[in-house]
Design a protein around this ligand. Structure first.
Ligand SMILES: Nc1ncnc2c1ncn2[C@@H]1O[C@H](COP(=O)(O)OP(=O)(O)OP(=O)(O)O)[C@@H](O)[C@H]1O
Ligand SMILES: [Mg+2]
Length: 424
């Protein structure tokens, strides 16, 4: 299978302005059709420079840029720009042209017949939910947000596949800004456009991008999906850019059960005797045991109470095993499980893989730690004060876990006749 050709490739691109000011260097970037790439970074980091080299408004001083596999340096710049839509910061509508003329500027350059241009303009103005008679107005007769909408659809008018947007919503109020973000994202997805979008605003980037490129001092610091960026910021600069609040918020959103679970929980197979179970409990100082078969599949649990009650009439673990056990899958996000775990009042929950094999346990203590870390950072003294019962169990070690399990599951086997439950 051949991989689809990228729409845009930067190969070690560099731009040194006259006077030796290195605006960007070593930019390597591959963009595929349908990507929404956000360039983000502080002022002067080289975002606009990087973007403007794509349509040859600026010429690189080193490296190569390929558009659909061809070196843009060999393309006719005017021709190139007709294929690449561009939305600039202050909208860039021509004040002496009507909205209609503005929208159809490039189609006119491309010599589309009047009828087709009219049709396109009417179609586009509907897309941004503005009345059709706006087509005959001049830009100054529209509000800033309305003009910005026109700026966006103008970039779509000539059916360009690639659209460049340089801080298109910078000057707008938050509400207008949000509605335009949604508009652009919807249009991009619906029409399958590729967008390169410059922004200062991390919220905007996280919301829109499929790929975020962080720039600092003319260098690409990180190139990652929004999830990846939140999960693994490349360095302190990226962390600062993301901001502590967002990192904290993102933590439960990206942390999986597997990341906080304790490995090697105390378990026993169903065929073992109750004597074995008691010895194991004593040795590991736990009052419940998870029951797994020889292949590690979780079958149920036994606790000290049912052992006590049934010791005389039962012989093996399978005789008294409670098979009604709640477990979570290891790659589930904490965000999606934490509520359920806390609501059930369990002290710990077994973690299984997709096949149902036991992987570990998540303790309530670990969850509480995570939540408190999230609120108060890593200050240990403070967090332990808030959950004194669980404070002792912090390390991900067997010893700590064994201690933890001295008083674990809150689900008591309430069914009196669980004594006959056999492994499935
Ligand atoms: N025409 C120019 N001549 C010389 N230096 C320039 C020129 N244009 C930009 N620069 C410099 O190149 C660097 C990158 O500028 P660029 O406009 O790409 O930054 P930016 O990331 O878009 O910043 P902002 O967020 O402020 O728009 C800056 O140091 C800037 O001063
Ligand atoms: Mg800029």
């Amino acid at each position: 299978m051949t991989e689809e050709q990228p729409i845009l490739v930067f190969k070690d691109v560099e731009k040194v302005y006259r006077g030796g000011n290195v605006a960007v260097e070593h930019v390597n970037l591959t963009i595929h059709k349908g990507d929404f790439v956000c360039l983000i970074g502080t002022s002067g980091s080289g975002k606009t420079t990087t973007m403007r080299m794509i349509n040859r408004m600026l010429e690189p001083t080193g490296g190569e840029i390929l558009y659909n596999g061809a070196d843009i340096h060999k393309a006719n710049p005017v021709e190139l720009r007709r294929h690449i839509g561009y939305v600039i910061q202050n909208i860039g509508l021509m004040p002496h042209m009507t909205i209609y003329e503005n929208i159809t500027l490039v189609p006119k350059l491309l010599k589309w017949p009047e009828e087709k241009r009219r049709e396109k303009a009417e179609e586009l103005i509907k897309l941004v939910e503005l009345p059709e008679d706006f087509l005959d107005r001049y830009p100054s007769e529209l509000s800033g947000g309305q003009q910005q909408r026109i700026g966006v659809i103008r970039a779509l008018a000539a059916n360009q596949d690639l659209i460049l947007m340089d801080e298109p919503f910078g000057a707008l109020d938050p509400i207008t800004r949000e509605s335009l973000q949604e508009l652009v994202k919807n249009l991009q997805e619906k029409l399958g456009k590729t967008v390169v979008f410059v922004t200062h605003d991390m919220d905007e980037a996280l919301k829109l991008a499929t790929q975020i490129v962080v720039m600092d001092g003319g260098h690409m610091i990180q190139n990652a999906t929004p999830e990846e960026l939140l999960r693994h910021p490349a360095n302190q600069f990226v962390e600062n850019l993301i901001g502590e609040d967002r990192l904290i918020q993102a933590r439960a959103d990206v942390t999986t059960v597997a990341q906080i679970m304790l490995k090697n929980p105390v378990s026993i197979t169903p065929g073992r005797s109750l004597g074995d179970a008691i010895r194991l409990m004593r040795k590991r100082r736990v009052d419940t045991l998870l029951v797994t078969d020889d292949d590690g599949y979780l079958k149920g649990f036994i606790d000290i109470e049912s052992l006590d009650n049934n010791y005389k009439r039962a012989t093996s673990v399978s005789d008294i095993m409670n098979t009604r056990i709640f477990s979570v899958v290891s790659d589930t996000l904490l965000r999606d499980t934490v509520d359920r775990i806390l609501k059930r009042g369990l002290k710990y929950v077994p973690v299984v893989n997709h096949q149902g094999q036991l992987q570990g346990i998540v303790t309530r203590a670990a969850l509480v730690d995570m939540v408190y870390d999230t609120i108060w950072g890593d200050s240990d003294d403070e967090t332990s004060e808030h959950h004194p019962d669980d404070a002792a169990i912090k390390e991900n070690s067997n010893a700590a876990m064994a201690e933890k399990l001295t008083n674990p599951v809150g689900t008591k086997a309430t069914d009196p006749d669980t004594s006959n439950d056999k492994e499935v």
